[in-house]
Design a protein around this ligand. Structure first.
Ligand code: F42
Length: 145
């Protein structure tokens, strides 16, 4: 992998530094919520640099659901475009790092099932859906066999 470029958002970059720097033993939750987070490592589709994005930990068996909510912002987070361009990611869940491939979930039945799991794991996603005037992208990360 080439150069790592940290997020320009300081609180996000700090969480990545703590989570990854501790080998997955510190910085494991989203601020005051106490809810668990995973760190997704992927490549930028323009820079080809290594990007690291903390997301809520939404587990579906051995898979993870990645929700492009960006706090209910009107636009997609840019990591969505990175994953659409290159679906190969690494997911760190505490001390466990897994090579995975993501696919965007378009099928409405599958989306509804995964959305329900996501809201159960992180209830604010329901508010973000109402707030964001867009279809929130949902990806399923599956281990590379
Ligand atoms: N965001 C979510 O969307 N969902 C979550 O469940 C979530 C949970 C979460 C938990 C903890 C935490 O610390 C943060 C959390 N976030 C969550 C925020 C998340 O980590 C991201 O910060 C947020 O989704 C915004 O993502 P973003 O990719 O839009 O980030 C911006 C700020 C960013 O890093 N922009 C870079 C920049 O320099 O402006 C660009 C980064 C990039 O990938 N560039 C590409 C490249 O080639 O390198 C080009 C991308 C393009 O197509 O333009």
């Amino acid at each position: 992998m080439t150069e790592y470029i940290p997020s320009p958002r300081e609180w996000v970059a700090n969480q990545v530094e703590l989570y990854e720097g501790s080998g997955g033993t510190e910085g494991l939750t989203l601020r005051e919520t106490g809810l668990p987070v995973v760190v997704v490592t992927n490549r930028g589709n323009k820079t080809n640099a290594v990007r690291k994005t903390p997301l809520m930990r939404v587990a579906d068996g051995a898979n993870y659901v990645l929700v492009g909510s960006k706090g209910g912002a009107p636009e997609n987070p840019v990591w969505v475009y990175n994953l659409r361009a290159d679906p190969n990611v690494e997911v760190r869940d505490k001390t466990v790092v897994t090579q995975m491939r993501v696919r965007e979930v378009d099928d409405s039945t599958e989306r509804e099932r995964l959305w329900a799991i996501a809201v159960e794991a992180y209830p604010p996603y329901a508010e973000y859906k109402l707030k964001a005037d867009r279809v929130i992208p949902v990806f399923l990360a599956e281990p590379i066999a």
